[in-house]
Design a binder for this molecule. Sequence first.
Ligand code: PHE
Length: 472
Amino acid sequence: MDIGSTQERGQWGSKLGFIMAAAGSAVGLGNLWKFPFLAGQNGGGAFVLVYLVLLLLIGFTLMMAEITIGRFTGLNAIGAYRKIKASWAWVGSLGVLAGFLILSFYSVIGGWIIAYIVKAATGTFNTADTKMLGDMFTNFIQSSGTPIFYHGLFMLMTLGIVIGGIQQGIEKYSKILMPALFGMMALVVLRSVTLDGAMEGIKFFITPDFSKITGGVILAALGQVFFSLSLGMGCMITYGSYLSKDTNIPECSLIIPLIDTGVAVMAGFAIIPAAMAFNFPVDAGPSLLFITLPAVFSKMPLGGLMGVIFFVLALFAAVTSSISLLEVCVSYVVDEWNWTRKKATLIISGLIFAAGIPCSLSQGPWSHIKLIKGKGILDSVDFVASNVLLPLGGILLCVFIGWVWGLRRIQHIRKTEEGETIITWELEYTDALKEATNDGKVNFPMATIWVFLIKWLAPVAITIVFFQGVFS
Ligand code: PHE
């Protein structure tokens, strides 16, 4: 079965299959690589706290919204918007642009992961000397050819899977490899937090220093909620379109963010205490994972092997995310422009590969080029996609589902025998709410809260954070 094909739309084999696939999209470099470095750059515990609050209020709400629209329409993002209200189809295209941009730099980092599998396998980083590991990393990403070669390799892997249609593969492998990733992470966390000097890092990661919370920190956390949960660009709409009608959507919408956050927090515990223990600056940014983890592995029994296993699992997590990014773009072109799946996949992958090249070069020869807020090319693309396009897609999604498609409460006015007026409110089961609750069969005590969050709190909060962060 092909995700995205309109003729033969299949379904996930089981609820577990869907959760694993959606979690596969969610869990990726966003958790392992980005979350720890953002936490390190944005005040540690302060960032984690803001992240968790936004996750609960906005992540869960939008996850449920996307899955609901997807299952209701059985279509990809653009088709879904169009089916409910044709004039909104352009919101779906915005998601395609976000997917394109994200994948162009995601694949560069994915390439770094492949390179590190090779480095681990050949025993190159058998040291805890972060100075040496840092030099090794810098030399690698600053060179022109090699990272681009690995970026191409990562794109080839992604493309290979997407051409073949993605469901069967993802379901089968995710069920084994996701738990394996959890297990492996647990071992690394255990080693990291027991290193001499790790305590300081643990404190930094879990103690929120409220003075560190600024507009920029909140926007970074918001962007990360969207990025990490694959929200705001219609990815979960597509995945939801393959969900069977009897699956409990509210339950899935809680479990997926829970798994995702579990992995992100574990990655934080694996990386930040180690950075402190090895005297490496936690605010070093994108290099954090690639310098601290090899140092941790060098302190583990069978460290070389552990390193290989970890980076292989990280690659798997990255690929299950990158295929969902590519899929959003491919299914758009297949459905809208009537291209064949093969042609669409090959051409789009080629374009994304090309767009990734400047991102890769911006780490070395092109590092002097600054685009937005003094950021280099890769960071600027990330900023525009994650902190602008995804939240924008999120606001539009809220308005669409809450106001255009419609979620309403109806007022009942009753007079008692004593002549008192009693006003009660009841949710009207419009299509959106019917779909989200399986025609009211799913006991969903939070329905009222969800309706409030999606109509008011989420869009208002995202808008405020967005303007504060982008224009400050
Ligand atoms: N959620 C993925 C990650 O954390 C990245 C992603 C973003 C995937 C948006 C799909 C859509 O790595």
